[in-house]
Write a protein that binds this ligand. Structure first.
Ligand code: FA5
Length: 342
């Protein structure tokens, strides 16, 4: 076979390979095979210089024409295949925007957490620090250091879950007061949210509930500071129009001890059939008082130099009142139908 015949055969072979390539990567293989550096046609071109001038013209012309034709066929086929591949990709990746979406359940904050956030934000705004303590607490911090020594009848006021000798599930957040005062010198301004436990279960009592403790110890603090601070907090949580009143009460670790009532934010005290305050006009909110000098002495503070006030509130009860929920146990049953309403 003459070189020109061979070129002609290669040209035909290449053109039919181009025509039957059915992807851009196939086509690239064809290009390398017929026009690549070690392709037969390339070898023929390289050997042209060894031919006589006449043969050179003949073989060279045939080789250049074949190369040109193969290149043209390759680029035409490439354009077609690339367009087809793009079409196919667009088809398979198409999004049907009319399909109904997958609904995601919408989360929301638990009602207790909303009140906790509001109260804590308020105190942080006043410059209080957030402090936390363990839920499994020693008898010492939960009772003894709070002026409730072993055998004292005040221990019976809170139905305690005992874990082991000297260990309890804390019945209130007041032990965080002690931990804070033992850890730092006055002035102290802390707010302590956390879970607490008592053997209780009825519409306004659950075995696990939240409390928020507050403690301020400084020079010259008095009951007026306590009342002013808590009145401002009540307005922040329940609205600008509420007022507060203090009632005498008893807690072993404060003297005097008080309970704080908030005027009913629902009826303002004017509706004898009000569902929120049951006609009382006032809603009990928390226990508080001036820190007993015996407690200050226990943690090494000088009660002649420093005074303090403390308070402990139940944010679950506050949320119950704020959102009109009749049974506190609903808060902790995890029923989505209840929780989704908030
Ligand atoms: C105390 O626990 C005191 N440590 C509060 C205190 C702190 C007084 C600092 C003085 C100084 P009391 O037992 O009243 O107090 O509880 C405080 C609040 O916790 C109650 O007003 C109530 O809102 C909430 N609470 C108590 N028991 C339960 C319960 N079982 N379920 C839900 N909330 C409760």
């Amino acid at each position: 076979m003459t070189p020109v015949d061979r070129i002609e055969a290669l040209r035909e072979e290449a053109l039919s390979a181009v025509a039957s390539a059915d992807s851009t990567s196939d086509l690239e293989t064809v290009r390398v095979r017929y026009l690549g550096r070690s392709a037969e046609l390339t070898e023929i071109k390289k050997s042209i210089r060894d031919l006589s001038p006449e043969e050179r013209r003949e073989v060279g012309g045939a080789a250049n024409r074949a190369t040109g034709e193969i290149e043209a066929a390759l680029s035409a086929r490439l354009e077609n295949l690339a367009a087809a591949e793009r079409e196919e990709r667009l088809g398979s990746e198409a999004v049907d925007v009319t399909l109904p979406g997958v609904p995601y359940p919408k989360g929301s904050l638990h009602p207790s957490l909303r009140v906790i956030d509001e109260v804590v934000d308020f105190f942080v705004g006043l410059g209080y620090r957030v402090a936390e303590g363990p839920e499994v607490e020693t008898d010492y911090y939960n009772f003894t250091a709070l002026n409730i020594p072993p055998g004292h009848p005040a221990r019976g006021m809170q139905d305690t879950f005992f874990i082991d000798e000297g260990l309890v599930l804390r019945t209130h957040t007041s032990p965080v007061q002690i931990r804070t005062m033992l850890f730092q010198e006055p002035p102290v301004y802390v707010v302590c949210p956390g879970r607490t436990y008592r053997r209780d279960s009825d519409p306004t009592h659950t075995p696990m509930f939240n409390q928020i403790e507050g403690l301020a110890v400084d020079r010259g603090l008095n009951l007026g500071h306590l009342k002013g601070t808590l009145a401002a907090m009540a307005r922040h949580v329940f609205g600008e129009d509420v007022s507060v009143r203090l009632r005498p009460s008893y807690f072993q670790f404060v003297e005097p001890g008080v309970e704080l009532d908030v005027s009913c934010f629902a009826c303002g005290g004017s509706d004898p059939n009000c569902k929120v305050c049951r006609g009382a006009g006032w809603i009990e909110m928390l226990g508080a008082g001036m820190v007993d000098p015996a407690v200050l002495t226990e943690v090494g503070y000088d009660p002649e130099e420093y005074t303090g006030f403390a308070f402990g509130m139940g944010p679950d009860r506050m949320a119950m009142v704020k959102y009109g929920v009749p049974d506190l146990r609903l808060f902790f049953e995890g029923d989505l139908r209840f929780l989704q309403q908030f």
